[in-house]
Design a protein around this ligand. Structure first.
Ligand SMILES: [Zn+2]
Length: 167
Protein backbone atom coordinates (compact mmCIF):
# COMPACT_ATOMS: atom_id res chain seq x y z
CA UNK A 1 0.00 0.00 0.00
CA UNK A 2 1.48 3.29 -0.99
CA UNK A 3 0.63 6.65 0.24
CA UNK A 4 0.74 9.73 -1.86
CA UNK A 5 2.83 12.32 -0.17
CA UNK A 6 3.47 16.00 -0.19
CA UNK A 7 6.94 17.06 -1.28
CA UNK A 8 9.82 16.55 1.16
CA UNK A 9 12.63 14.44 -0.24
CA UNK A 10 12.22 11.58 -2.61
CA UNK A 11 10.79 8.51 -0.94
CA UNK A 12 11.23 6.59 -4.18
CA UNK A 13 14.99 6.36 -3.80
CA UNK A 14 15.91 2.67 -3.79
CA UNK A 15 15.99 1.33 -0.29
CA UNK A 16 14.16 4.26 1.21
CA UNK A 17 10.66 2.97 0.67
CA UNK A 18 9.37 0.16 2.89
CA UNK A 19 9.29 -2.28 -0.03
CA UNK A 20 12.67 -1.08 -1.31
CA UNK A 21 14.28 -1.46 2.10
CA UNK A 22 13.00 -5.01 2.45
CA UNK A 23 13.96 -5.92 -1.12
CA UNK A 24 17.49 -4.75 -0.42
CA UNK A 25 17.84 -7.46 2.24
CA UNK A 26 17.43 -10.04 -0.53
CA UNK A 27 15.56 -12.46 1.64
CA UNK A 28 14.55 -15.22 -0.72
CA UNK A 29 12.94 -17.57 1.73
CA UNK A 30 11.70 -17.80 5.27
CA UNK A 31 14.37 -17.16 7.83
CA UNK A 32 14.73 -17.49 11.58
CA UNK A 33 14.76 -14.37 13.70
CA UNK A 34 18.50 -14.78 14.24
CA UNK A 35 19.17 -14.78 10.51
CA UNK A 36 16.95 -11.73 10.05
CA UNK A 37 18.87 -9.95 12.80
CA UNK A 38 22.17 -10.83 11.11
CA UNK A 39 20.96 -9.49 7.77
CA UNK A 40 19.65 -6.25 9.26
CA UNK A 41 22.92 -5.78 11.17
CA UNK A 42 24.91 -6.26 7.99
CA UNK A 43 22.81 -3.67 6.21
CA UNK A 44 22.91 -1.31 9.17
CA UNK A 45 26.69 -1.68 9.41
CA UNK A 46 26.81 -2.13 13.16
CA UNK A 47 25.65 -4.60 15.78
CA UNK A 48 22.12 -4.44 17.15
CA UNK A 49 21.54 -5.48 20.75
CA UNK A 50 17.95 -6.44 21.51
CA UNK A 51 17.04 -6.14 25.16
CA UNK A 52 13.90 -6.84 27.11
CA UNK A 53 13.32 -4.23 29.75
CA UNK A 54 10.66 -3.58 32.40
CA UNK A 55 7.76 -1.68 30.89
CA UNK A 56 8.38 1.20 33.27
CA UNK A 57 11.81 1.75 31.71
CA UNK A 58 10.29 3.00 28.51
CA UNK A 59 7.03 4.07 30.01
CA UNK A 60 4.23 4.47 27.53
CA UNK A 61 6.22 3.16 24.60
CA UNK A 62 6.03 -0.20 22.94
CA UNK A 63 9.60 -0.11 21.72
CA UNK A 64 12.67 2.05 21.35
CA UNK A 65 15.66 2.18 19.06
CA UNK A 66 18.72 4.13 19.95
CA UNK A 67 21.99 4.30 18.15
CA UNK A 68 25.52 5.11 19.21
CA UNK A 69 28.62 5.31 17.07
CA UNK A 70 29.40 1.63 17.47
CA UNK A 71 26.12 -0.04 18.13
CA UNK A 72 22.34 0.11 18.06
CA UNK A 73 20.03 -0.94 20.85
CA UNK A 74 16.42 -2.00 20.59
CA UNK A 75 14.54 -2.00 23.88
CA UNK A 76 11.31 -3.97 24.14
CA UNK A 77 9.03 -4.25 27.17
CA UNK A 78 9.31 -7.71 28.70
CA UNK A 79 5.59 -7.72 29.38
CA UNK A 80 4.81 -7.99 25.69
CA UNK A 81 3.79 -11.34 24.26
CA UNK A 82 6.31 -13.04 22.00
CA UNK A 83 4.38 -12.08 18.92
CA UNK A 84 4.11 -8.48 19.99
CA UNK A 85 7.86 -8.36 20.74
CA UNK A 86 8.65 -9.69 17.31
CA UNK A 87 6.45 -7.08 15.73
CA UNK A 88 8.00 -4.24 17.71
CA UNK A 89 11.52 -5.43 16.85
CA UNK A 90 10.62 -5.61 13.16
CA UNK A 91 9.14 -2.12 13.45
CA UNK A 92 12.42 -0.81 14.88
CA UNK A 93 14.25 -2.65 12.08
CA UNK A 94 12.07 -0.57 9.79
CA UNK A 95 13.40 2.67 11.23
CA UNK A 96 16.96 1.35 10.96
CA UNK A 97 16.59 0.18 7.37
CA UNK A 98 14.83 3.37 6.30
CA UNK A 99 17.49 5.41 8.10
CA UNK A 100 14.95 7.51 9.90
CA UNK A 101 16.07 10.44 11.92
CA UNK A 102 15.61 10.25 15.66
CA UNK A 103 13.70 12.67 17.76
CA UNK A 104 15.23 14.98 20.31
CA UNK A 105 14.33 15.01 23.94
CA UNK A 106 13.53 11.36 24.34
CA UNK A 107 16.68 10.53 26.27
CA UNK A 108 16.03 13.10 28.95
CA UNK A 109 12.56 11.73 29.54
CA UNK A 110 13.79 8.22 30.25
CA UNK A 111 16.79 8.29 32.58
CA UNK A 112 16.25 4.69 33.72
CA UNK A 113 16.81 3.53 30.18
CA UNK A 114 20.52 4.18 30.48
CA UNK A 115 21.00 1.41 32.99
CA UNK A 116 20.08 -0.94 30.16
CA UNK A 117 22.31 0.44 27.47
CA UNK A 118 25.27 1.19 29.69
CA UNK A 119 26.01 4.69 28.58
CA UNK A 120 24.52 8.10 28.29
CA UNK A 121 26.99 9.70 26.00
CA UNK A 122 27.41 9.28 22.32
CA UNK A 123 23.81 8.59 21.48
CA UNK A 124 23.34 9.59 17.90
CA UNK A 125 19.65 9.05 17.55
CA UNK A 126 16.67 7.61 19.29
CA UNK A 127 13.30 6.69 17.98
CA UNK A 128 10.42 5.40 19.98
CA UNK A 129 7.45 3.44 18.83
CA UNK A 130 4.85 5.87 19.96
CA UNK A 131 1.10 5.95 19.56
CA UNK A 132 1.40 8.91 17.23
CA UNK A 133 1.19 7.66 13.71
CA UNK A 134 3.01 10.00 11.43
CA UNK A 135 4.46 9.04 8.04
CA UNK A 136 7.71 7.85 9.59
CA UNK A 137 5.85 5.51 11.92
CA UNK A 138 3.65 4.25 9.13
CA UNK A 139 6.66 3.48 6.95
CA UNK A 140 8.39 1.57 9.76
CA UNK A 141 5.18 -0.31 10.40
CA UNK A 142 4.96 -1.29 6.76
CA UNK A 143 8.49 -2.69 6.91
CA UNK A 144 7.48 -4.63 10.03
CA UNK A 145 4.60 -6.25 8.18
CA UNK A 146 6.77 -7.05 5.17
CA UNK A 147 9.51 -8.55 7.36
CA UNK A 148 7.04 -10.60 9.35
CA UNK A 149 6.22 -12.38 6.11
CA UNK A 150 9.79 -13.65 5.98
CA UNK A 151 10.19 -14.74 9.56
CA UNK A 152 9.50 -18.40 10.21
CA UNK A 153 6.11 -19.20 11.64
CA UNK A 154 7.73 -20.51 14.78
CA UNK A 155 10.31 -17.79 15.33
CA UNK A 156 13.02 -17.78 17.91
CA UNK A 157 11.81 -14.74 19.73
CA UNK A 158 14.01 -13.14 22.32
CA UNK A 159 13.18 -14.55 25.73
CA UNK A 160 13.65 -12.94 29.08
CA UNK A 161 17.37 -13.69 29.14
CA UNK A 162 17.86 -12.71 25.55
CA UNK A 163 20.70 -10.46 24.73
CA UNK A 164 23.02 -10.51 21.83
CA UNK A 165 26.14 -8.47 21.86
CA UNK A 166 28.60 -8.49 19.05
CA UNK A 167 32.03 -7.15 18.38
ZN1 LIG B 1 8.45 3.78 15.27
Amino acid sequence: MRKSRAGKGNPDLPGRTPQGAVDKLQLSSKVSFDVLLDVVEATHGKPIAVRLVPSSTISGLSGLWLETALKSHILVPESHSELHRMHVICHEFGHILLQHEGCDGLAASMPSMFSHVGQQSGIQRMLARSPQWNDVEKAAEEVAYLLSGFVLDKPTVPGSDFERVFG
